[in-house]
Design a protein around this ligand. Sequence first.
Ligand code: LMR
Length: 394
Amino acid sequence: MLHALGSATPDPIIRLMHAFAADPRPDRIDLGVGMYRDEAGGTPVMAAVHAAELRVLAAQETKGYLGLAGDPAFHAAMRDLLLGEAASVERVAAAGTPGGTGALRQALELVRRANPGARVWMSAPTWPNHPALVRAAGLEAVQYRYYDAESGGIDRAGMRADLEGAAPGDVVLLHGCCHNPTGADLTQGDWSDLAVLLDRRGAVPLIDMAYLGFAEGPQADAAGLRLLAAALPEVLIAASGSKSFGLYRERVGCVLAVCADAGIRERAAAMLATINRESYAFPPDHGARVVTTVLADADLHAQWAAELEAMRLRLARLRAALADALRDASGSDRFGCLKAQRGMFSLIGADPAQVERLRAEHGVYLIGDGRINVAGLGEAAIPGVARAIAAELA
Ligand code: LMR
């Protein structure tokens, strides 16, 4: 029977990750997959996370099953971290998931069960796994204009015009912060305009929050999401612990459904538990327990926040240094927007042939759409990478 399978389309990010690993050149540079890296190119376990893991191991007496939605203490910790006071506890249903990708998948399945005809509006461009997840959930994916390549900012008029086409019960997928792949984020004014538009159209936002803390810090990065949660009857959030806690392979994620009232919340919570049951039964616990421990303890929380802030500041320094080096190497200001963009990713405006030459001739790995992960740059590598980019994009 399996001979009838078509060929699976490899995800471009994962394909590049494997190509990088297989390349024997010692000085090759990985600007591909979205993992934070330090100056030595490593992705160490955060000290607060390590300390929390030791506590979890010392205190844990059982690994018996929890509920289908995972640990309520984890839900509460994530709810407080993301929503603060923006939505009352009675309005928020939650379920643990394997990573932020799992959260997106479960959120989309929840949408399908509530409204199988929903279209899911995605920014152009977006993370390549977004349309794949929407299709896997059996929903229709449509695009709204978002990135203005000329300015490196947002095409506000295009975005507004396209989202005016959203129907009641459609879903609008938004990046909570650190837009992937452009680094061009919505301002607080944009979020507030969006709240008005979504309310008028009766469309429901689904916010992918994978990089909390990497743009302006956890509080500021959650501000847009909180604004929507306070203004709208329904908001879906897919949160990840991969980047903000460095727990990538532990698969820490959480879907939060902000509902119109406590009665709907009950139904959403029960359906999320059922969807987990029908997918993998129980979500993974270890990483979620570590996150809960970090967030619940004042000292660990402060230590985590300081480590996250150091990572954020390093990204901002790398962005500025790369933008300056590119200006010097190219003699043009076209890369100046790298400084204003936020998080790990930016598009450098390379076409697939230029991306291929950067890989083959310079050992610089970036995604085929021209996305770079600035965290993959060591300070020492910046001048060489800038010269390579300037040479190929001239
Ligand atoms: C990325 O965009 O590189 C990350 O979100 C990792 C992934 O799973 O694609």
